[in-house]
Design a protein around this ligand. Structure first.
Ligand SMILES: [Zn+2]
Length: 394
């Protein structure tokens, strides 16, 4: 007579090494691979933070993706109560040759009873699943990355040439909160490049026009409008709480002010600038890489300061640079790829060339070499007198 299912399970459980939730909790993050073998609906209802999800039905085909090819790595499997994980552990050991596989006693039920943390992933509505389906299909973004985007808060400094394409694409990508700082109104001469605005909105505040375009693209996005100029009196209040700042400002004093305030608050800045046919791009991530002052300890020559007067720019150039900024924002929010930290990317449109320069942290940097709490309000944005600076440009 063949043994009953219950007998088989009992027999397999006696052969599989079990591990207590207390031990799993203690060793989480220390190189062990924790795999949840339950079904997707169970995973979505809550799982152990840091666990990977490989439903038992896909175990053989997907385990290498989660645990790697190294058969000696320590793997702990869990399910709801410890039965399915024991069976899965048996499969990994006997059929796939993983040498160090354990099953967590009592599953996530016992884990929860012991008061350990459970993470509930954000779920998407049917409409969101469809809207972001092309993101969900790339593993580097996926549901987790999309959820991060939807929860993220990104502040755009300026709804002009750079801010326009950045805002449109970040809105489309599902960034949950987009703050827009701009005190200007839409002008006919803007429309050659500031694609978030339209001819019928000439004279309308740019923050209102930007909001209209953003919400038309994606109702998931909440727009926070700041119809003001960033200065020392309001900067900390405005930028606090944002995850990433997109810098499209056109003047150096604000760039220094922004740098000092973001280093103090630890907020990464994706910075770009454009002039003529040339664009520059870098990511300033406080203490992870250099800051703006490490790159430009003194302001660049005044004749290169765009805000000293109206300068010409190829209309599509801010589109190119703004979308590179949007790409860096998505990478910073989702953790995908290598952000442009410590690197300055130069784009020259006429020759169609990209050049990358290394930028190092300056150990003597007046701002980022110090403890953020030591940076006083009066020190934010210290800059030579700007009118004199522009006058020197002739
Ligand atoms: Zn610095």
């Amino acid at each position: 007579m063949s043994p009953s299912g219950a007998e088989v399970i009992r027999q397999i459980k006696s052969q599989v090494e079990e591990v207590d939730p207390a031990q799993v909790s203690e060793h989480l993050g220390n190189g062990i691979v924790l795999i949840d073998v339950r079904e997707s609906t169970e995973w979505d209802a809550g799982h152990i933070p840091g666990a990977k999800h490989v439903p038992r039905g896909y175990l053989e085909s997907r385990v290498e993706g989660a645990a790697g090819a190294d058969r000696s790595r320590e793997i702990v499997l869990y399910c709801a109560s410890g039965q399915r994980s024991a069976l899965a552990a048996h499969t990994l050991k006997d059929l796939l040759g993983y040498e160090n596989v354990k099953s967590m006693t009592g599953g996530i039920t016992l884990w929860k009873d012991r008061g350990y943390k459970v993470e509930v992933p954000r779920t998407l509505s049917a409409e969101q699943r469809e809207r972001y389906s092309r993101h969900l299909l790339i593993p580097e973004i996926g549901l987790e990355g999309q959820a991060k985007l939807l929860e993220s808060k990104v502040l755009l400094l300026g709804a002009g040439g750079l801010g326009s394409p950045t805002a449109l694409y970040l809105a489309a990508a599902g960034v949950g909160t987009l703050g827009v700082v701009d005190d200007d109104e839409v002008d006919l001469s803007n429309l050659q490049r500031q694609v978030i605005h339209t001819t019928d909105r000439i004279g309308v505040p740019k923050v209102d026009s930007a909001e209209q375009s953003i919400t038309a693209i994606n109702p998931d996005v909440e727009v926070v409008k700041y119809k003001t100029r960033l200065d020392a009196s309001n900067i900390l209040e405005i930028i606090e709480g944002y995850d990433v700042i997109v810098d499209g400002v056109d003047n150096f004093p604000t760039r220094y002010l922004l740098n000092d305030a973001t280093v103090r608050l630890g907020i990464p800045v994706v910075s770009a600038s454009i002039l003529g046919f040339d664009g520059q791009l870098s990511v300033f991530k406080p203490h992870d890489g250099p800051c703006y002052r490490c790159l430009y300890p003194v302001p660049p020559p005044a004749e290169l300061a765009p805000s000293c007067g109206a300068n010409g720019v190829l209309g599509v150039l801010p589109g190119t640079m703004g979308l590179l900024q949007a790409t860096e924002v998505v990478k910073l929010v989702t953790g995908a790829g290598e952000p442009l930290v410590g690197r300055l990317l130069l784009y020259e449109a006429l020759g169609a060339t990209f050049t990358e320069l290394k930028v190092r942290r300056d150990p003597e940097c007046p701002i980022c070499s110090r403890d953020p709490s030591e940076i006083a309000d009066e020190e934010l944005g210290v800059f030579p007198d700007y009118e004199a600076f522009c006058a020197a440009a002739g």
